[in-house]
Design a protein. Sequence first.
Length: 191
Amino acid sequence: MSDPQHDQNDHDDHGDEEPEGHEGLIKTPKQLIATVVASFVVPIAAIILLVNYVDFGSRTGAGSDGQQADAVALRIQPVGRVEIRDAANPGVLRTGEQVYQGQCSACHAIGAAGSPKFGDAAAWGPRIKTGFDALWNSALKGKNAMPAQSGGEYSDFEVGRAVVYMANQGGAKFDEPKPPAAAASAASAPN
């Protein structure tokens, strides 16, 4: 058996020794003071820089340009607007080519979803035989994959112009439809 007093002495001898190579980063009182000062100054400087960075924008309170009439009007302007058009007097009417370029060409230029390609007389031939009114009605109400009015925002007259433009490029000889005002005045004129 071992001597308990001997084990006690062995433990005390080893406990008082520090392991070799272990020493702190701060060795002098001057380094301690510098570390304490830096631990306060660096965070305070970082906070000041962050506050200046966040607050570096333009001011919107009193005494700034944010309260001028045009700046206020810009901030409170409506998100959308409603435009009411007179169906009897549509204003500037687009040509058949403009309507085709704006809406119809998306499908008819490449023949998408079975639509007749622009200028393809073979594809347009059977459709032209049905007449202008049938083609115009299909364009207004939609047919197969084509939505009503081709999904556009055009008047019936403008859609009619586009139908004539496309059909005539495919071999038809349709006359341009009369503008709504001219059609109404022609109907009311005495014979």
